[in-house]
Write a protein that binds this ligand. Sequence first.
Ligand code: C2E
Ligand code: MG
Ligand code: MG
Length: 709
Amino acid sequence: MATPDRAAPALKQDHAQASSAGFAPGIDHADPFRDAFEHAIVPMALIAPDGKYLRVNRALCELTGRPAEAFVGTSWQLVTHPVDIDVVLAHERAALDGGPPAFRAESRLVRRDGEVVWTVQSRVLTSDADGGPLYFVAQFEDITERKRMEAALRERERFSRDVLDSLVAPTAVLDADGTIVAVNRAWRRFGERGEADPGTTGPGANYLQVCERAGSVEALAAAEGIRAILGGNRDEFDMDYPCHPPGAEGWYSLRVTPLSGVDHGAVVCHIDISDRKRSETQLIEQAVVDPLTGLPNRRSFVERLTEAQAGPAGRDLAVLFLDLDRFKVVNDSLGHQSGDRLLAAVGARLQEAIRPTDLVARFAGDEFAVLCRGVRSEAESVAIAERLANAVSVPFSVDGDDVYVTASTGIALAAEGLSPEDLLRAADTAMYRAKRWARPHQVFDEAMRVRSAERLSMESALHRALERGEFRLHYQPAVSILDGSVVGVEALLRWDHPERGLVLPAEFIPVAEDSGLIVPIGRWVLEEACRQADRWQRFGRETWLSLNLSAHQLTAPGLVEEVEAALDTTSTDAARLHLEITESALMADTEGAARVIRSLKRLGVRVSIDDFGTGYSSLSHLKRLAVDTLKIDRSFVDGLGREPEDTAIVMAVLGMAQSLGLSVVAEGVETEEQLAALRDLGCTTAQGFLFARPQPPDSVGRLLAGRTA
Ligand code: C2E
Ligand code: MG
Ligand code: MG
């Protein structure tokens, strides 16, 4: 049995002398392992602690193209690539200094012909019986081929990356599972610009999951498409989608193509098609035909109107503006597609009803305009309006149901100096009047022109009033008929006009409602009144505060949140806040109003129906809405004690309220006679000049302190 000592040729002290046989002198050349060493397939060497070769085998000579003699006695550093020397040297020193005796290191050997051979050398330091270092046994594994392949691979990857980066569209490569394996520069940049769907995701993320998490209709459709490609069920997937993140808004086309190869992945790219979309929209805008009805659109109507006005009979023209009544309700109940079919059918009827020389156009939604030539009088234009109304009054059959449609029509006759836009505006204003007065048609006249000019200036004045804080709240107490004590106050809006003094709401609220300004004004009322209520808190917890809401406020988004916030910030008790909604506002948008009222009630506030008796609310409706209070309109209180009819109505309201468990407030009580009648009928709460007029907060505060009006 060979001991390690014997297997490893004993080293003599004079090993530094080179020998012509390729072996260092002093080695036992008769060693039986010499052959094994010599003929081993693995290139090997014995290296002395000072780095000089003691012995090399044939395989190493072949690998390096150097004879054994060239090695022995020379340092390994002479045949090693200069760049790799330090690494090997460090390991070698560590082993000699008592560190790990074995190490592996990549190093390049330089052949005699100058070529470089890549190797991994594994070295082990052998030691003598005393633990002193003897020599290193080194084995070399030729990894030149592997290195070459790695370099080729790197080269190919660089090539692919360059190709990928050269693509303008953000592009990513997915593996078979949908995980991103590579993205290009455009993709990375896309991500830097915003929270863009494709951009925030880099290599390693699963793109299918990213899309699914995004959850939008487009993202889910994209995931579906990519899955079809990865599953081999499709050869191509294309989808246009809008993109909203800041800095990256626009339209993109998602294109997914399969990636052939070992692991069938996919290439995903997002091509910016915003320009194309823009020109498409432009084309639509430039179009002259409304795609839904096939009628001319607003643009071409205005063009034809301009031509007609410039023509010889330019003053014998009438513009009729038609707006379908309650179309929103029809549309909501039929569904949008049926609503569209109905609009198309209405368009066709109008087209049939006009004379060949006239023109009908669809503007937007349920608005139609008709240009009539040769009209010399108002009577003629009214006759046309009636003919059109008759045409649409015949029921339409939509999805097998008969649908009844009415329209409100505004008429404007061409006059000297009226531009096409002015003429249209006049017809629109007249239509608006027709709707407001519930008439089928209305002709624009001088009074309307004055009124609409006034409205315009009132609107801007209201804007200013809001900005400058010219609004005030006055408060009118509501008193108990039993003992005259103040049970609540109603906030009533006033405009402290710099020139005109206090302006009453009847004068400006309609304009504020029509212009939408009532929403910010109402917000101010809510906040201001709650602040005031907070200050009055100490006068008694039972006193409620009542606010008036208009129909617009009821349907504007955010009302419920605003009420909640006002209650929170002023620590006003929700149950002490009464919101008054007029009966007509309730009727205008039954469903929407009901929804908001339910949410308001959930906050704990009370809901009153104002001006009760002037609208047509049904008992069942009131019950469903769970309103708390009915305020009997002043017009019924007026005749109390005098007009038997009024007494009967008030009695009926009181009876009804009692059966529904509602409280009642009689509005506008001015005389002792009315008060006595109310007392007789069992009404417990009233408001009116008899008790107190609406007044500024200070005087109301004094009233509250005394508690009787
Ligand atoms: P309303 O809510 O029915 O308010 C009652 C109106 O009747 C008040 O008119 C009040 O001054 C008046 N009034 C009270 N007692 C008597 C009386 O004994 N005799 C007579 N002849 N009138 C009496 P005001 O303040 O001019 O308000 C008119 C309407 O304006 C209110 O009717 C309400 O619908 C609306 N309004 C007032 N403030 C606001 C507001 O802040 N927001 C909204 N949206 N509407 C408001
Ligand atoms: Mg009121
Ligand atoms: Mg009222």
